[in-house]
Design a protein around this ligand. Structure first.
Ligand SMILES: Nc1nc2c(ncn2[C@@H]2O[C@H](COP(=O)(O)OP(=O)(O)O)[C@@H](O)[C@H]2O)c(=O)[nH]1
Ligand SMILES: *[C@@H]1O[C@H](CO)[C@@H](O)[C@H](O)[C@H]1NC(C)=O
Ligand SMILES: [Mg+2]
Length: 240
């Protein structure tokens, strides 16, 4: 009789433990899930780390060559969002990107508006890889292309940056799909790559719907950090 009693007592205790562990695990998952993830991306020297420190510390620290990612929590009007600054350096950036690309709700793509014309091929290639990534396309619905360094005289405005990128992405897209055709004929294998925009039409960012790509300008360092221009980012962050 006592044996049966202690057996059922053990059974109940075990059940309670399982239940408590489950509740903790569920709460932990929920908490993690509430933090929506925003990635800062773009080629080196655009101003990602400057933006990261403006958002996290309200100022821009003298920058260093960051080899590691910076992760911070930034409050918008509703709650906190997770901001991840991934260094643009290609090899390191790629591994880190794979580590952080899950559950990304938005991307701020930072462009150096002074060198963008000269380096449009690199910028477009970076963007192409981002925009054809199936994981990103599945979860990310908002992209802000931040045309930074507007304090410099030779910088290009958002409309020009958009035009330059659309033109270069059209070229790149056609080039890549041709390369892909020839390699899949050789090997007989099918490599999955999302086609960018509409076939037979020049690429435009509006073709990426339901992803909403918007362009804005910014100044992130120096005495000219203008509140009004930086507010665009804060406004955009309230979408999450
Ligand atoms: N003139 C100017 N320089 C900037 C601006 N934003 C960033 N920089 C500078 O650009 C360089 C690269 O910035 P950083 O944030 O490290 O770029 P990252 O490589 O994308 O992280 C640094 O020397 C910054 O001080 C800006 O709005 N105007
Ligand atoms: C896209 O985002 C901008 C602001 O970033 C907003 O003004 C616009 O209404 C949005 N468009 C759509 C279709 O959601
Ligand atoms: Mg950096």
């Amino acid at each position: 009789m006592t044996d049966i009693h202690s057996a059922s007592a053990n059974y109940i205790i075990a059940l309670v433990i399982v239940f408590v562990v489950f509740v903790f695990w569920w709460l932990l998952l929920r908490k993690k899930d509430r933090h929506q993830r925003i990635l800062l991306m773009g080629c080196s020297n655009g101003g990602k780390t400057a933006l990261f420190s403006q958002l996290n510390f309200g100022k821009s620290f003298p920058t260093y060559m960051s080899m590691k990612e910076n992760v911070g929590q930034v409050a918008n009007d509703k709650h906190r969002v997770e901001i991840v600054d991934i260094p643009g350096n290609e090899r390191i950036g790629k591994n880190l990107f794979d580590e952080y690309k899950n559950n990304v709700k938005g991307i701020i793509f930072v462009v150096d508006s002074e060198s963008v014309q000269k380096e449009v091929k690199d910028v477009a290639e970076f963007m192409f890889n981002l925009l054809t990534d199936p994981t990103i396309r599945a979860t990310c619905k908002e992209i802000l292309v931040l045309c930074n360094k507007q304090d410099l005289d030779s910088s290009k405005g958002p409309a020009v940056v958009q035009m330059l990128l659309e033109k270069e992405l059209s070229v790149l897209r056609n080039l890549k799909s041709k390369q892909l055709d020839s390699t899949s004929q050789d090997t007989g294998g099918k490599k999955k790559l999302l086609f960018l925009g509409h076939k037979k039409k020049a690429f435009e960012f509006s073709q990426l719907k339901p992803i909403n790509v918007t362009f804005a300008e910014s100044i992130l360092t120096g005495s000219e950090v203008e509140e009004s221009k930086f507010d665009t980012v804060k406004y955009w962050l309230n979408k999450f």
